[in-house]
Each structure stands twice: as structure tokens, then as C-alpha cells.
Design a protein around this ligand. Structure first.
Ligand code: PPS
Length: 570
């Protein structure tokens, strides 16, 4: 039997002794701090995951990859692996020079001998590689809005791999996996690529795929960078671990791949197949819309559903890995079993839960049936995505000085503490200015900075499932919107406009500040000599004129209840 797939693959690392020496020398070199994506790419370059690449692409190889999916020497390679850098860094670098590549902590991981420096036409790259120059495609968005304007190419000398502190025992280099397969006596290995949690349908299809081609199964999920909005890899790995013992003993292995995906559909599928070949696999499962990026600006798919399968099928012999086409599995109620969609008995009832429906059920704390997923997986997802009444949230009061923001905020805080299901933090305007922003004044820049600091703290509290109550003036709409965006990644943002009119605030003049402002003794005073932009669509608007504090705080509580944020019991 041909065991080529299990022989060691070339890596780009030098020996331990040379690495120590090189590290010292490299300290003198100009150095580039790698971005998250470049760090993923470098790891797979160095450990052989991207074999036969020996470094970041030269301009000639880049051209070949764009035009024909081939390096200059004709070798098949579908994805441009490029080192994009800033204008300022590029200016100091000339071809022929060595540069040190560092991780975010400043550790030197590799030396690159720069052979090429060029300014790519990014729109052309987008068209050629991703099929459209549209920022709705995450990789095109990255290309235009995150990647630097200049590319450097050249061979890499590997000094040490990037360090991972999480799930260390589940991470394998291509050579470690090859050695594992040799040790286990596995000769035929089918790899399953995924960026999602595995449910019963996935378990069924991978199990069937392995049985059909009489191979062992490698579950090889991506834990580097996936599609924005995906389930975080910590949660996913716990889910994969839960599914592992649903397979017959000693047939299946789980290994994590630190790949930065591009969501490039067909080209990506081919790339994934090459990477799996490098990891010692003989077979690779490719599904419908493999590595699809979602919809374009017209609401259409970027690629045809079977484009990826066609492209991999056309090149599988050249790569040296056999494609196993993914069969879409569906649950047939009458049979209480999963079937490939083309083998469903006539007239049978098919049950399905879409990704959107699954998220809705998690959010609302509704039942997720056992035919759909394993209870252990559902439990992990529920931990990561608690229902709304267990998530954190922020109540953000905005309004003029003396409008009653702090008073209502204080009353709301104790009412929420009385309920007692989540920790509550009050970030009052005055208090924040004392502890967080004591050096700031009231210019537009300083007010913005102050509000963004409040937003940052509130987003951390919300992320950690607490309740943040903020009560600054926050006079600018754009800044309030920025804070909303910071918080909504983690939980709800409820904007309350305390709309007490200026005349009433001035009449109360609790701190005597309006008088001083009118006399010109306080400059830039909101409402008198500085602007206040009223929120157009607050979640709640309260004019406190003639109203009792308790009543106002109660209005906020009712709003929170209406939004499903409080009031539910387990
Ligand atoms: S901002 O615009 O959101 O950064 O303001 P904030 O941090 O909420 O601070 C407002 C409190 O500072 C006092 N104060 C002033 N307010 C507005 N303009 C000027 N120039 C000013 N100088 C001092 C005032 O007491 C505000 O407190 P509140 O609780 O709003 O009355």
C-alpha cells in the first residue's frame, strides 16, 4: 500500500540551536507585527500545512495564483497567501533585506527574506479570487478595509510556532497528525472541515461518509478565523468534544486547525483539500456551498451550490486526495431516522430546524428537540447563548444637566437589585468624571472620549452578563450610536431620553450651574452655550416635569419587561 500520505512533510523550521542564534540576530532587523490573519497563515506555512509554499507569495506566484490558481512553476495553489503591510513599513524595506516577523507580544517567530515588494490592485484580486469586488464578501471587505496597501513576498525561515494556550492537546501539526495516523495504523482517513457546531445530521453524514469509503474520520474544525458572527471556537470545541463519543470507539479523531478562512467557496474548497492532504488525509468531504460567504448586495449567493464540488472533483487526482461529496441529511419523522435527501421514502414527513430558528429558540429559551441535536451540545450552546432574560444589557440615559437622569438611574438600580438576578453597575455622569475621566473637560472631543469610555465599561459589563446603567449627558447622536454598536455585540442597549425641557432643568438648577453658565462663568454648558442633539428614536422618552421619580423608574422597568430582559423566572 502507498503510504506517501503518512511520510513526514517538509517544515520551514530551523533546528533548536539555529533558532536560538537566529533569534538573537533577528532582534536587530526591521520587524513587522503580524496581524491575526497573518499569524494563522505563518503557522501553516511553517508547519507544512501550506506545503509546497516556502513563504509569503512573490509577485510572480501571486499573479499565477490570481490568473490560473497556479504558482509560477505550475503547481496548483488557489489562494493568495500574501504579507500585506502598511505604507510606512513598506517605505523602509527593500527587496534583498531580511525582516523579523513578530507575534502580538513581540516574540520573533520567523525571518522573511524579502524578495518582492509591490502594490496590488485589490479590486482585481477580489474579482479573480472571490469572483466579485463587493464588500458584502467578508474577505473582500478585509482586503479593502483591513489589509495594508503594499505586499511583501519572500521565503520564510521558521524560528518557533505561535503559542496557543487553549486546547493544547487538541492541536496537531501536519506531521503530528501523520505520526498519529501511522501509530494508529490508519491508512485511509476522511477529513471533515467545519466552522459550526456539529448536530445529529453532521454526525450522521460524517459517520456514513467514513463507512462508505472505509476510512477513519478526522473531524478537523477551523479555530483560526471563520465567518464574522460564527459561534466562538471555545464553545464549538466543547461541542465537538461532546459529539466525539457518539462515534464507534477508536474510529474518529478531533484535531483543531488554526486556519484563517477566506470564505472563497470553490477556491477555498480546493485549498482546504490541499491542506487536508498535507495533514495526511486521503479523503475530504465537500458539501453544498462549501465555505460560502453568504449573500451579496443583491441578496444572491456568491457561488453556485455545487461549484466547490465541481472544482475539487476536477483537481482531486492532481492534489492526491479523493473528494467525498457531502449528502444533505434530513430527519424523517415516521422512521425516526436521518436519510440522505435523495433517499427519503415517498410521502414521508421531513423535519428541519434552520440556523436562524435554532438561534431564535436559544434566545427565547425554547425547546430544541433531541432528534435535532445531542443534549450535551444543546447544553453548551445554551451556556454560550443564554436567553434574553439571562443576558447582560445596558440602560443608557441621556438628557440635559438637571433633567433627572441620575435620580431615575439610582431608583432603577435599586429596583433591579431588589430583583437580584444579575449584578448591577451604575455609571453616573458625575461619578465617571471623578473616577474614569477626571482629566477631561467639556469640549466635543473630551465629551466623546468620556462617552466612549463609559461605552467600553458598559460593554464589558454587558458581555459578562451584568446590567450597566449609564447616566451621562451624552449630547452627540454619533457618539451614542457608536456606544450602541459596542454594546449590541453582547446584549441589548436600551436608550432612555430624559426629555425634561431646558426651562424646567434651569428652573430646578439643583447645582447652581445654569446660573453660572448664564453669567458666562462656566463655558461650553450644554443647552446654554453648547449643543444637545435630541435622540430621534429612543426606546423610551420621559419628561420628568411634575412626575414622581418612582413612577419614572417604573416606566423603565416596564420597558425592560416588554423587551424580555427582566421578569422571567426559571
Ligand atoms: S458629557 O457631555 O456626557 O460628557 O457630560 P457628563 O459626563 O454627563 O457630565 C455632565 C455633568 O458635569 C457637570 N458639568 C457640565 N455639564 C455640561 N456642560 C458643562 N460645561 C459642564 N460643566 C460641568 C454637570 O454637573 C453635569 O452633571 P449632570 O448630572 O448632568 O447634571
Amino acid at each position: 500500500m502507498n503510504l506517501d500520505n503518512l511520510a513526514p512533510i517538509p517544515e520551514l523550521y530551523v533546528s533548536h540551536e539555529s533558532a536560538l542564534k537566529l533569534k538573537e540576530e533577528a532582534a536587530e532587523l526591521p520587524s513587522w507585527d503580524l496581524t491575526r490573519r497573518q499569524l494563522c497563515d505563518l503557522e501553516l506555512l511553517m508547519n507544512g500545512g501550506f506545503n509546497p509554499l516556502k513563504g509569503f507569495l512573490s509577485e510572480e506566484d501571486y499573479e499565477g495564483v490570481l490568473e490560473h490558481m497556479r504558482l509560477a512553476d505550475g503547481t496548483l495553489w488557489p489562494m493568495p497567501i500574501t504579507l500585506d503591510v502598511s505604507e510606512a513599513f513598506a517605505e523602509c524595506i527593500e527587496p534583498g533585506q531580511d525582516i523579523a516577523l513578530r507575534d502580538p507580544e513581540g516574540v520573533i517567530l520567523a525571518i522573511m527574506t524579502v524578495s518582492d515588494k509591490w502594490r496590488p490592485d485589490k479590486s482585481r484580486e477580489a474579482e479573480k479570487v472571490f469572483g466579485a469586488d463587493e464588500v458584502a464578501h467578508p474577505a473582500v471587505n478585509y482586503l479593502h478595509n483591513e489589509a495594508g496597501p503594499v505586499y511583501l513576498g519572500g521565503p520564510i525561515t521558521g524560528i518557533q510556532p505561535p503559542v496557543h494556550y487553549d486546547f493544547r492537546s487538541r492541536r496537531d501539526t501536519p506531521n503530528e497528525l501523520r505520526a498519529f495516523f501511522r501509530k494508529m495504523g490508519w491508512r485511509r482517513i476522511v477529513a471533515f472541515q467545519t466552522r459550526n457546531p456539529l448536530h445529529r445530521a453532521h454526525q450522521e453524514l460524517t459517520f456514513r461518509a467514513a463507512r462508505e469509503v472505509q476510512a477513519n474520520l478526522l473531524i478537523h474544525p477551523v479555530v483560526g478565523m471563520t465567518k464574522p458572527g460564527d459561534v466562538d471556537h471555545f464553545t464549538r470545541v466543547r461541542c465537538y468534544e461532546a459529539v466525539l463519543d457518539k462515534y464507534p470507539p477508536s474510529t474518529t479523531h478531533l484535531s483543531l486547525l488554526n486556519l484563517a478562512m477566506r470564505m472563497a467557496g470553490p477556491r477555498e474548497a480546493l485549498w482546504h483539500a490541499l491542506i487536508r492532504r498535507n495533514h495526511g488525509c486521503t479523503h475530504f468531504i465537500v458539501g453544498r456551498d462549501h465555505a460560502g460567504p453568504g449573500k451579496n448586495s443583491k441578496g444572491e449567493d456568491f457561488y453556485g451550490p455545487y461549484d466547490a464540488q465541481e472544482l475539487v472533483a476536477a483537481h482531486q487526482d492532481e492534489i492526491g486526495i479523493e473528494m467525498v461529496p457531502f449528502k444533505h441529511m434530513v430527519y424523517v419523522e415516521e422512521k425516526a431516522q436521518y436519510f440522505p435527501v435523495d433517499e427519503v421514502p415517498e410521502g414521508a414527513t421531513i423535519l428541519n430546524i434552520s440556523g436562524t430558528e435554532l438561534r431564535r429558540r436559544l434566545r427565547e429559551g425554547l425547546e430544541i428537540p433531541e432528534w435535532f441535536s445531542f443534549p450535551e451540545v444543546v447544553a453548551e450552546l445554551r451556556r454560550a447563548y443564554p436567553p434574553r432574560h439571562k443576558q447582560g444589557f445596558t440602560v443608557f440615559f441621556t438628557g440635559l444637566s438637571g433633567s433627572g437622569k441620575s435620580t431615575i438611574a439610582n431608583a432603577l438600580m435599586v429596583k433591579l437589585m431588589e430583583i437580584g438576578d444579575r449584578p448591577v453597575t451604575l455609571l453616573d455622569g458625575d461619578v465617571v468624571r471623578k473616577h474614569l475621566s477626571s482629566e477631561l473637560g467639556f469640549s466635543k472631543e473630551h465629551r466623546d472620549l468620556n462617552i466612549r469610555r463609559i461605552g467600553f465599561v458598559a460593554s464589558e459589563i454587558t458581555k459578562n452578563r451584568g446590567i450597566a446603567i449609564c447616566a451621562p449627558i451624552a449630547p452627540y447622536e454619533a457618539t451614542r450610536r457608536a456606544v450602541r454598536e459596542m454594546i449590541e455585540q453582547y446584549g441589548a442597549f436600551v436608550l432612555v431620553h430624559v426629555a425634561t425641557p431646558l426651562e424646567e432643568c434651569e428652573r430646578r438648577d439643583r447645582k447652581g450651574l445654569y446660573k453660572l453658565a448664564r453669567e458666562g462663568k462656566i463655558k461650553e454648558f450644554t443647552g446654554i452655550s453648547d449643543p444637545y442633539e435630541e435622540p430621534e428614536n429612543p426606546d423610551l422618552r420621559i419628561d420628568t416635569t411634575g412626575l414622581d421619580v418612582d413612577y419614572c423608574a417604573h416606566q423603565v422597568l416596564l420597558k425592560l419587561e416588554q423587551l424580555g430582559l427582566i421578569g422571567m423566572r426559571d
